[in-house]
Structure formats: C-alpha cells, structure tokens
Design a binder for this molecule. Structure first.
Ligand code: GAR
Length: 210
C-alpha cells in the first residue's frame, strides 16, 4: 500500500477577522495547500472572528493573550507549549497583532512566515499594521501598493521576502477600500502560495533526514 506523503504541520496565528486564515483553509480544501496541513489556530484575542472560521473548519483552536500573561517570556512559553503539543513545523502569521521576541523567532529560523499589507520596505516595521498601513500609503500618495509574504526574524517586517504582488491605488480610495483590494488581489493569493512553498521545503528536508 502506498504510504501517504507526510505533511508539514501548520499553526496559523490570528488576532482578528481571519480572512487570510480563510484563504488558507480554502486553499487546503481545494488541494492547493497539499504539502502542509493546518493543525492549530492560535489567537491572541478571544473575540477574534477567526476562531469561528477555524471551528467551522474543524481545526483545534486556542487563545493565548499577551495581556493575560505575566511577561513576554511567559506568553511565549505558553505558545511554545501549544506548538509542541501539536508537533508544529511551520507558523503562519495571518494578521497576528502581538509581538514575538527575538528569543522566540530565533528558535524558528525560516519556520515563521508573515503576510504584510504593503510592498516591503515601504510602510512596514514598528507601528505599521492593519488599516494604518493603508492610511500611510494613501497619505504618502503612492500609486502602487501591494502585499508581501516574508520570513519572520527579530526585525519587525525585516525577514527575507518570499513573495510580493503589486496592487494599484485608485482615485478616491479610502483606507478600508484599499485594504480590501490589497487582500483580494494580493494577500489571499500570496499567503497560501507561500505556505505551500515553505511546507514543501520542510517536507523535503524531513525526507532527506529520514
Ligand atoms: C491583513 O491585512 C494582514 O496583512 C494585516 O492584518 C490584516 C488581518 O486581516 N497584518 C499586518 O498588518 C501585520 N503587520 P485578517 O484577520 O482578515 O486576515
């Protein structure tokens, strides 16, 4: 009997609406995310709608909030415990709004990816998240923006770039309108593609080591 190919075990970290999580779940359903399997959704916020999306898809969830933890170290220790419990290989940050320290990210080299709603190195780094990114892009007057998926290291939005896609800014755009276009035309396409790419690399590495 043919043994089923092993998959990279993915944890998706969320904090809000979870449309990027949905894009990953849909890609998995369509067989486009085939080297990885979403095994856990971890939210920093108990109210995140992303948790509903995960439950609907039958994916285990947990809530670990920085505010409830005594320190950054204990917050990250609680996260690490969950990752170990679910034998996670790859972390996908999909609108995760809590900071992960260098101590944490160094333990996951090329094993954490993040989607950012601009063309890095524009409008990124400390203070640039969610709608603020689009407010800044419109205030500057750029005619092209987009999204980036990158590896996560100790520098905010500073890790190696995996994929990028440009999106046009249109006359009369407001931050929410631009945010939606960047999601539809870039983020929801790039993130599943990058998750598949890195999962595939993880599986190949595991097979070489077996
Ligand atoms: C997305 O636009 C994502 O790129 C952004 O937050 C939004 C989350 O939406 N992330 C950042 O700004 C990280 N710096 P979602 O919960 O619907 O996926």
């Amino acid at each position: 009997m043919k043994r089923e190919k092993e998959k990279a075990r993915i944890a998706v970290f969320v904090s809000g609406g979870g449309t990027n999580l949905q894009a990953l779940l849909d890609a998995q359903m369509r067989g486009e995310l085939r080297s990885g399997e979403i095994c856990l959704v971890l939210s920093s916020n108990a109210e995140a709608y992303a948790l509903e999306r995960a439950k609907r898809a039958g994916i285990p969830t947990c809530v670990i909030s920085r505010r409830d933890a005594a320190s950054q170290a204990s917050f990250e220790a609680a996260i690490s415990e969950k990752l170990e419990e679910y034998r996670i290989d790859l972390i996908v940050l999909a609108g995760f709004m809590s900071i992960l320290s260098g101590e944490f990210t160094r333990r996951w080299p090329r094993r954490i990816i993040n989607v950012h709603p601009s063309l890095i190195p524009s409008f990124c780094g400390k203070g640039y998240y969610g709608l603020r990114v689009h407010e800044a892009a419109l205030a500057y007057g750029v005619k092209v923006t987009g999204a980036t998926v990158h590896f996560v290291n100790e520098i905010p939005d500073g890790g190696e770039i995996l994929l990028q896609k440009a999106v046009s800014v249109r006359e009369g755009d407001t931050p929410p309108v631009l945010q939606r276009r960047v999601m539809e035309e870039a983020e929801w396409i790039l993130l599943p593609r990058a998750a598949e790419k890195v999962s595939c690399e993880i599986v190949s590495k595991k097979e070489r080591q077996a």
